[in-house]
Design a protein around this ligand. Structure first.
Ligand SMILES: [Zn+2]
Length: 361
């Protein structure tokens, strides 16, 4: 059995399953999106939809063959498929990696718990997915690719750990061995790399950087604690914080937009800040300050070379968000830990797929 230089990364989310073909250089092609549809079926149905996403990636790899605009990875896949050394009787294994939200037991391929999948407890998802992959049916026109390319799920980890791995090998973390990553989205996720390996802790719960306490008697967090970073820097928390200030009578250009029915989001707040709105600038400065406080503790505990910050909210950019983070770190940290670089993630929307694909290697 031969093995390709490609792998398939699958990013399992509460709403969508995103997948793509990833080259050993970290280039993504043949992206597909399949609805997770977690309401209409249990873990085995979700496993079947993950297998369907993998099948669609392989179909895309096949149907895009010969397209001159096709990036190198697919061309290589097509070439190896046509290679005289690979006969129809051969099967060529292609590794699949899966990133899933929640507490994942990477060694055993089990989802212990996931807030996105209510009722899932200790689900052997890797086994379920491999069962579905082994009975994968492809349309007739790609039957040959199915015969030759046998997808096998080789690894699963927490989605943020996967993204961290992606940034380490193909993103902002290239060249570093000790780093932390923060993803600022609905929640605040974290990942830790020590000596080039993602650190899982004694029971797979390491890296919950979003639950670093930054305000002892502060806002309540979804985890039950008070004053976690996530309770300040999560998307809905940023919106709540500005709403509270608007309710106290603070003026902002956002008030007019809200009267027109526009929803407040971190993006609209960032746009207002870029237009010079004082309250919006203040909210981002405060968010950056809280991230800087959390990173000060993290820098003192782990002494990483670099902190990589990604997710939608990181799009607010250098002056609105990253400068306040750096200012806070340099104000608070001891001289050596304060040398930690703070940079934006490089992989953007592909981080989940690239990172998941790394789990297959
Ligand atoms: Zn928390």
């Amino acid at each position: 059995m031969e093995t390709t230089k490609h792998s398939i990364g699958v990013d399992l989310g509460g709403t969508d399953i995103k997948a793509g073909l990833v080259s050993s250089e970290g280039d993504v092609s043949c992206r597909v999106v399949v609805p997770t549809d977690v309401e209409t079926g249990g873990p085995k149905e979700v496993a079947a939809r993950i297998a369907e996403a993998v099948r669609q990636v392989l179909v895309k790899a096949e149907t895009q063959e010969g397209n001159s605009h096709q990036p190198e990875p697919t061309a290589t896949l097509a070439n190896s498929r046509q290679s005289p050394t690979v006969s129809d009787s051969h099967s060529c294994e292609i590794g699949v990696g899966l990133g899933s939200p929640g507490l994942i037991i990477a060694e055993t391929g089990v989802v212990h718990f996931s807030p996105n999948f209510p009722g899932w407890t200790d689900i052997p998802l890797v086994t379920y997915v491999n069962t579905e992959l082994s009975k994968l049916h492809t349309p007739k026109r790609v039957a040959d690719i199915n015969k030759q390319y046998k997808p096998v799920l080789r690894g699963m980890d927490n989605d943020v750990n996967a993204m961290t791995l992606g940034e380490l090998h193909h993103g902002a973390g290239v060249g570093y061995k000790n780093l932390v990553a923060l993803t600022l989205g609905t929640g605040v996720g974290g990942g830790v790399v020590i000596d080039g390996e993602v650190y899982h802790g004694s029971q797979n719960t390491a890296g919950e950087l979003g639950h670093t306490v930054v305000e002892p008697n502060g806002r309540y967090c979804g985890c039950g604690n008070q004053g976690c970073l996530e309770a300040y820097a999560g998307a809905k928390n940023i919106v709540e914080r500005i709403q509270e200030k608007i309710e106290t009578g603070r003026s902002t250009i956002l008030t007019a937009a809200m009267k027109d029915g526009a929803a407040l989001t971190p993006r609209t707040i960032a746009e207002a800040a870029q237009a010079g709105d004082k309250l919006a600038i203040e909210i981002f400065a405060e968010t950056g300050r809280y991230i800087g406080i959390a990173l000060t503790s993290i820098a003192h505990i782990l002494n990483p070379q670099i902190a990589i910050i990604g997710g939608g909210i990181a799009e607010a950019g250098e002056s609105l968000l990253f400068e306040p983070i750096r200012t806070e770190l340099s104000k608070r940290a001891m001289d050596i830990p304060a040398q930690m670089k703070i940079v934006k993630a490089h992989l953007g929307n592909d981080a989940g797929i690239v990172g998941a694909a790394m789990l297959a290697l």
